[in-house]
Design a protein around this ligand. Sequence first.
Ligand code: GLU
Length: 514
Amino acid sequence: MTQNKPVRVRFAPSPTGALHIGGVRTALYNMLFARQQGGTFILRIEDTDQNRYVPGAEAYILEALAWCGIVPDEGPNHGGEVGPYRQSERKDLYRQYAEQLVASGQAYYAFDREQDLDAMRERLKQAGNQAPQYDHRIRMDMRNSLSMDPEDVTYRMNEGEDFIIRLKIDPGQEIHVQDEIRGDVVFRSDELDDKVLLKTDGMPTYHLANIVDDHLMGITHVIRGEEWLPSTAHHVLLYRGLGWEDTMPAFAHLPLIMKPDGKGKLSKRDGARFGMPVFPLSWQGESEEDSFVGFRETGFDPRAVVNFLAFLGWNPGTEQEIFSIEELIKAFSIDRIHKSGARFDFDKAQWYNQQYLQSTPSHELAKQITPLVEANGWQSDLTFLAKVCDLMKERVSYTLEIPTQGSYFFTDVEAYDEAMVRKRWKPESRTHLEAIMTQLTSRDDFSTEELENLVKQYLEENQIGFGAVLPLFRLALAGTMKGPGVFEMMEVLGKERSLARLKKAMGDFDRICG
Ligand code: GLU
């Protein structure tokens, strides 16, 4: 096998739309493996299917990978010795290999028109075959260089008739794929169709281009999604047919990503259905159905996304869950990739985000929220923002929620939780609040401890509980019962604003309860 050669792996997306989060996982695993092995990680754009090409998709792929910190060593924008790395720019390269297979009797020309193929499918369906395909059973009934007179074939080609090249798969063989994750996977050639290798426009199909490029680019390991496992039988036959079996890469097919409820494969529609992102970045497609909100725009830290994705189908075999990219590179191993589907647990993704958010120094978070705060025209000096972040970071899932959920740090309370006000604003409440406020007015030290001592002492002296005043303080200062500790909040708001809010709230509370 190829294991002794320097590792070369590739991520080979097709630019047919926004890159699914599963694609990002594939790219990540490839990069982790390459870095760990001291190998090379290649990005190859597989854009030979002109009908499915979507403008902007390649740029999206590059941006999504860059956001996650997944950086190719070679690729369309990264240089490298074996380019070009965009298959459309390699178009002329592929035909010779298809022709080589025809010359050695392992592929053939086919002239079937669309209506011939439709008729064939219809005929097979009528005969009870629900999955009709172009294969060894029917090829001699079709219009191709195996069934037709050689002179006829030459004539048609000279006349410029459209033709394609198909792989000829002989029945009666067992094809073994040694998958690094799944072990020995066996396919029977009887079941395989004669895949198209070259299309009428001279463009290769995915199968031909993929094998030729993996060979020419010296790929040693193919790490990709499980949906490609069935194609691997064809790929093995192509390697064999082209005489490249000795340098055939090792294969590792990654487990499917399943819906949060575990019922079936995660689809792009599940984002809307479950109210969560399933794409790295937002994407504006042609229609609403084809437009998605991304992890980035939801407010995720890319490190959290990477950590979450690493665990989507792999585990390190220890209790550790938080891994930096360097730690992942050290710990990663193909052996520990799971065989069974990986459930896309969005709560876990949020949990990861919270872990990263909480471990980010508040002055860093302050910088991150500055543009959001400034957009609202709010107080944005970094010392103040850092204090707000300090109090809020344990209470939110995303950094961008700090200024929204903590808007009361920046702007006066506009609305109160009225049901709560009605429940807490008692006839004697005003007396207590006013007495405490009088004491507060004479204090210069507005630190959390001072405030807490003062209020505690008042409560003790008057033999009343925290519940009689603290919820009212909270409602007056923030409008809501949620949020950080009352005294911490007051310290950050400062004496003047805290007292002004308490004063105003008493009038508002009377009105609400009046
Ligand atoms: N172009 C294929 C894709 O879009 C690549 C599959 C492979 O890695 O072989 O996923």
